[in-house]
Design a protein around this ligand. Structure first.
Ligand code: SF4
Length: 694
């Protein structure tokens, strides 16, 4: 009989279960609640993406191969030296939704607990931190209320700012199956582009970019004006109605004005509003188009407001549903991987600081939030941060204004990069490179979009001297002199401590409490089946949150809040929209080496409306320069009827490793939502001009 290893896909937040046989062939795990056996093209190509042309096999200092003891001693000495000279705030850590929860836990413990700096952030800041901030305000805790079963129950599915067909393909298949089984289910897709998702919609609202807040504030106003709110639910379970009603009474939220702001006809706008009013079982999925905005937190909050006003939360088929980009963005949030969180969903309130300091047995705990991703790069640029440890991510390509980020990384006194590849743009800038164990080699847990904790299990040995990230972190911590707190000998031991911390003196005031798993044996950890929090004993708990109308705020009531939309740029430049392709992942460091994943798009192309191309006098084989004050990149254009005339779309994946034309994030502005710190990747402007030979 064939033996299989049950593990989890390392790409997106759907969190598909995978079975790998002894030859390394993958198949979907039919018993996993996230995918029930389905996989997308990236998932099926997983073992191919493990065959990198250049794998980082041994530590390197300034390009010279060394052994682990030498690398660890060097890092520990340099970090201690920098801390002694400049203080703990001169040290920073930048992680990734690729890290396992156990890696994240140790990194957070080392940085916040023992180095004493909260300058630890993650590329999850780039994809869902606005949703996090909105959850924390509205619900009192960062918790996605929905579960995948809600897709089957919903009568109206609203998809806002998400090309789910390409970016969460298995989830999209489930949506298709739900509609096939329930023909009265309707879809509304809100996206300036007619994406593969939008083309499947019953109603596609191609709104003016950046007008999401006006659209959903207008919906809340419409519901209030129509008397279509759930008065009983709001009275008993929601705070802030009077203030919201007052704010939304402004003329700008009247339907006629919202139609003007969003660029929709009044008829289309009201069609959406009436659909929403008419369907108590409404599920609103949202992702980057909502979050990656100057008002990302309020965008997400405006969606949540509409659900709270109508009591559409905690009920089958009814919830706001933030989709997570990365496989473990949620797990990172659970352990405090964001600079403004402490650990186990706790913020830096004095009682939480005291609780965590006593649990960790430290007197050096960071006393307040640290630098978020963009601020971290600015502090690096100013020379305030002297040492940065980057783990499993490529900020030289993925951060906004990435040319500036590369300059800042290049001037860092001590840049440590842990990765599987030495060829990423960030790895090329490193002073110290540490070879990391990759997917299929490392062991731990991840948490998907709907709070399902799943195991990633190894099925082959790591090559060369590659090691798990938690191991490297513990070795460095001990070499720095932090003895006793980093004696973990396995991911199971780390998981137990993480679970115990989440339950430590938690008197039920937080939903995130894995305390019951704090005594798991190694064997039970090995055998752990997917389970979702909040737990019921040692088992997965209710998959749908807030069914009792009680929220994690001080008074148990959810909170309404909104803001007035900011005015758009109002210039004649093109608005640059960046996003993902179906077959690629992040900066392509794995998927870019798989021939069948590259087949659909061999180079980055700028998508422009045919009329815009004609205005510029461009053919599809010409070269186009996209420029602004920050940079200029060269790409070939493609005529795309699905684009609005004033926009250009460029995929975000291509790095210096794969394209000589430039990285699109060299053009994006390092500015974002003031509440969440999430970059507004979709709100930069560019000029487009043909490049003629000679
Ligand atoms: Fe992996 Fe996401 Fe595809 Fe599932 S949908 S196989 S998690 S990339």
């Amino acid at each position: 009989m064939t033996a299989f290893t049950e593990t989890t896909c390392p790409y997106c937040g759907v969190g598909c279960g995978i079975r790998v046989d002894q030859q390394g062939a993958v198949q979907g795990d039919k018993r996993h609640p996230a995918n029930r056996g389905a996989l997308c093209v990236k998932g099926t190509a997983l073992t191919e993406s493990q065959r990198l042309p250049s794998r980082l096999l041994y530590p390197r200092i300034k390009g010279k191969e060394v052994d682990w003891p030498a690398a660890i001693e060097h890092i520990a000495l340099r970090l201690n030296d920098i801390i002694e000279q400049h203080g703990p705030e001169a040290v920073a850590f930048y992680g990734s939704g690729q890290m396992l929860t156990e890696d994240y836990y140790v990194a957070n413990k080392l940085m916040k607990g023992f180095i004493g700096s909260a300058n630890i952030d993650t590329n999850s800041r780039l994809c869902m931190s606005s949703a996090v901030a909105a959850h924390q305000y509205a619900f009192g805790e960062d918790a996605v209320p929905a579960c995948y079963d809600d897709i089957d129950e919903a009568e109206l599915v609203v998809i806002a700012g998400a090309n789910t067909a390409w970016t969460h393909p298995v989830l999209f298949r489930r949506l298709e199956a739900a509609r096939a089984a329930k023909p009265r289910q309707q879809w509304v897709v809100i996206d300036p582009r007619a994406t593969a998702t939008a083309r499947q919609a019953d109603l596609h609202l191609a709104i003016t970019p950046g007008s999401d807040l006006a659209l959903f504030n207008g919906l809340a106003r419409y519901l209030l004006d129509q008397g279509a709110i759930d008065r009983d639910f709001v009275t008993r379970h929601v705070a802030g109605l009077d203030e919201l009603r007052q704010q939304l009474s402004a003329p700008e939220f009247a339907p006629e004005q919202v139609a003007d702001t969003t660029g929709l006809s009044l008829e289309r706008l009201l069609h959406f509003y009436r659909l929403f009013q008419a369907h108590p079982q409404t599920l609103t999925l949202f992702c980057m188009g909502i979050n990656q905005s100057l008002q990302g937190t309020h965008n997400a909050g405006a969606i949540i407001n509409c659900h709270l006003l109508t009591g559409r939360i905690g009920k089958p088929g009814a919830a706001p549903f933030s989709l997570t980009g990365q496989p473990n963005a949620m797990g990172g949030r659970e352990v405090g991987g964001l600079a403004n969180q402490l650990a186990a969903h706790m913020d830096f309130a004095p009682a939480n600081r005291d609780r965590v300091a006593r649990f960790w047995g430290t007197e050096r705990l960071a006393q307040g939030p640290g630098h978020k991703a963009m601020d971290m790069m600015a502090a690096l640029e100013r020379g305030e941060i002297k040492a940065l440890w980057v783990m499993g991510t490529n900020p030289a390509v993925s951060l906004p204004d990435s040319a500036r980020a590369r300059r800042a990384l290049a001037r860092c006194e001590l840049l440590i990069v842990s990765d599987i590849s030495p060829a990423t743009d960030t790895a090329r800038l490193a002073d110290v490179l540490l070879p990391a164990a990759g997917w299929g080699e490392k062991d731990g847990t991840v948490t998907n979009s709907t709070r399902i904790i799943s195991r990633q299990r190894p099925f082959r040995a790591a090559p060369g001297a590659a090691k798990p990230d938690w191991w490297a972190l513990c070795q460095v911590a001990r070499a720095m002199g932090f003895t006793g707190a980093f004696d973990f000998d396995s991911p199971a031991a780390i998981f137990r401590e993480h679970a115990a911390l989440s339950g430590f003196e938690n008197r039920g005031e937080r939903l995130f409490n894995l305390g019951a798993l704090g005594t798991l044996s190694d064997a039970d950890y090995d055998a752990l089946h997917p389970l979702s929090w909040p737990l019921a004993g040692q088992h997965g708990g209710p998959a749908r949150l807030f069914a009792d109308g009680r929220f994690a705020t001080a008074d148990g009531r959810a909170r309404l809040r909104t803001a007035a939309p900011q005015a758009g740029p109002g210039t004649r430049a093109l608005l640059l929209n960046t996003g993902r392709l179906r077959d690629q992942w992040h900066t392509m460091s794995r998927t870019g080496h798989v021939a069948r994943l590259m087949a659909a798009a061999t180079e980055p192309r700028a998508h422009l409306h045919p009329d815009t191309l004609a205005r510029l006098g461009l053919g599809q084989n010409d070269l186009l320069a996209l420029s602004n004050a920050r940079a200029s990149i060269l790409v070939r254009p493609v005529a795309d009827d699905d684009m609005a005339r004033e926009q250009v779309f460029v995929p975000m994946h291509w790095s210096g490793e794969f394209s000589a034309g430039g990285r699109v994030n060299d053009l994006t502005e390092a500015r974002g939502c003031a509440l969440s710190g999430q970059p507004a990747f979709k709100q930069s402007q560019v000029q487009a001009s043909p490049v003629r030979p000679g």
